[in-house]
Design a protein around this ligand. Structure first.
Ligand code: NAP
Length: 406
């Protein structure tokens, strides 16, 4: 069924011109490409010799990466307690140990979870902010111990964002700590480090990179520089994600996905994310779905909606994804084309595209829609007008794996 005409408020996408200036700010020195890990020691030399390494519980140790990092920094102190979707408590423990160890800088090793935890640890190493107070702690450049990041997933791009997304025990929701001090000074994005990801992690993290790029394109705070990066990230993810999932040792595919994730991080550093992320948190927090998988189960219906809200933007995404040639079709046909194309992208990555297959029921969908509708701040960057009924239709579409019925 096609979406009816909706009441759409015009997105504030801005124009390029003397009267409409933008800022693009990424203060991170990034080494990327196969073998770039070799540059880690040299890049970190200005930060010191004694890093506080923040990593996950298993993967860096099992892949041998932690030993390689310790060979570069023999004086390092290791904190390997970060779980997926980390909360404030683990960061508090890390911050306390980091202060006691008097390290020179914080080195994140892993995916978005250790990178985000490391950012909070770097804040807490400099200031005491118990519990939820962390979210209002200053995160300017002088307030945070210097950060370096080695990415081992190709998804979040957290190595180039000024955000740390953490579980807030007071609200039970994810909240974002933000500030320029959270940009790592140094990042290594070496696709060889992602080769050990199992297929499900490759798929979930890669779909997260795709989601971030697409959301960045339609965000009310999108920028022309971000658009260029986002469209390239879309093209790379569409080309290489299925190959990376099915041929884990294919370095070209891993390189394509690492670059897509890096670019998508630069995009959201400026544009933020949209309602896809706001909705996806419910799937992660209630059903334990991986962050990227949760977003991927929601982006087909949301981008069908976006085809009506910002057709020019979604048309450019559809072209970048190879779903159609220029000129893209009118909104109704575009909505169907993008929806079907994204469902196909999920299937190619080995993901069942209906959230019901992942344990979410229609009753859950209705409950989540009611809850998120109460907090428009969570979709402030989202174009179009989203009322409770529309949110409900989008959640139900995700659960059923059917084109949204609004
Ligand atoms: P992740 O939670 O960091 O890692 C997922 C799983 O993959 C973990 O079990 C991890 O094991 C494993 N893993 C990581 N690298 C591996 C490798 N090379 N080989 C084998 N296994 C590997 O996943 P993520 O998707 O990268 O990060 C998601 C988090 O990032 C969420 O909390 C999300 O909210 C946040 N996020 C942050 C930003 C930002 O800008 N700050 C943006 C988007 C998302 P170990 O735990 O043992 O390492």
């Amino acid at each position: 069924m096609l979406l009816p005409a909706l009441s759409i408020s015009p997105p504030r996408l801005g124009k390029i011109g003397a009267m409409d200036t933008k800022t693009f700010f990424i203060p991170t020195r990034v080494a990327y490409g196969a073998g770039s890990f070799a540059q880690l020691g040299g890049l970190c030399a200005p930060l010191g010799t004694r890093p506080f390494i923040v990593t996950g519980r298993r993967s860096a140790r099992e892949s041998g990466l932690l030993d390689r990092v310790l060979a570069v920094f023999p004086e390092a102190v290791v904190f390997d307690e970060v779980e997926e979707n980390p909360g404030v408590a683990v960061c508090a423990r890390g911050g306390e140990r980091c202060r006691a160890a008097a390290c020179d800088f914080v080195l994140a090793l892993g995916g978005g979870s250790p990178m985000d935890a490391a950012k909070a640890v770097a804040v807490l190493a400099r200031q005491d902010a118990p519990g939820s107070a962390l979210f209002s702690a200053p995160a300017g450049e002088g307030d945070v111990l210097p950060l370096a990041a080695v990415a081992t997933t190709s998804g979040t791009g957290s190595e180039v964002t000024p955000y740390s997304v953490l579980l807030d025990p007071d609200t039970g929701m994810k909240r974002t700590l933000r500030g320029p001090g959270l940009f790592p000074r140094v990042a290594v994005v070496d696709p060889e480090l992602t080769m050990s990801m199992p297929a499900a992690v490759t798929a979930a993290t890669g779909l997260d990179a795709l989601s971030q790029a697409m959301e960045g394109m339609v965000s009310r705070t999108a920028t022309p520089v971000g658009d260029a990066l986002a469209l390239e990230a879309c093209t790379l993810a569409r080309r290489w994600l299925p190959v990376a999932v099915h041929e884990p040792a294919n370095l070209e595919a891993r390189s394509g996905m690492s670059l897509a994730a890096l670019l998508s991080g630069m995009v959201i550093a400026h544009s933020g994310t949209t309602v896809v992320h706001g909705m996806g948190y419910y799937y992660t927090l209630e059903f334990g779905l991986a962050h990227g998988l949760a977003n991927a189960l929601l982006f087909p219906p949301v981008f069908a909606f976006n085809a009506f809200a910002v057709p020019e933007r979604v048309g450019r995404i559809a072209v970048a994804l190879g779903f159609c040639a220029v000129p893209p079709p009118a909104p109704e046909a575009l909505a169907r084309l993008v929806y079907d194309g994204l469902i196909g992208t999920l299937r190619e990555a080995g993901v069942a595209p209906d959230a019901a297959s992942h344990g979410v029921s229609e009753a859950d969908a209705i409950r989540f829609a009611k809850d998120i509708a109460k907090d428009p701040y969570r979709f402030r960057n989202q174009p179009g007008t989203l009322d409770g009924e529309t949110l409900c239709a989008l959640f139900l579409s995700s659960v059923r794996g059917e084109f949204p019925c609004l």
